[in-house]
Write a protein of this length. Sequence first.
Length: 141
Amino acid sequence: MPVAVEIATAPLSDDTAAELARIFEGTPDFASPEAAVAVLRDAVASGDTLYTGVFNKRRIAAVLVRGEGETRHLRYLTVHPATRGRGVAERLVNEVRRLEAERGTRWLEVDFDLSREGVPDLLLALGFIPHSHGNYRCRLD
């Protein structure tokens, strides 16, 4: 499944917000899809980078990257349930790594709930390694 990666810009359009609500529906990170969109709108408006995975002109995945300097943090990696298990997360994260390295980021760390089933295994599969304080990170250069 080929996935193009786009950066969502502020302000988020109504179409982008609707697609993000669909992607984040039912995820444990947010109480509702509307709450997810509100957090993402605020994050993008404050300068965080929202990467989205696009297939057939529809957003099917998203991940937020926060922080400044050489270390940035991934949050809210989500793939729409209909496209899970097809390598979408891997393709999205690999492209995020490339784009972040181009902007001078040396390390990506994750801010995920590591107690959720499968999360540590997913991170290892994506090339992140355990780091101090129970966090996972990967070096980009």
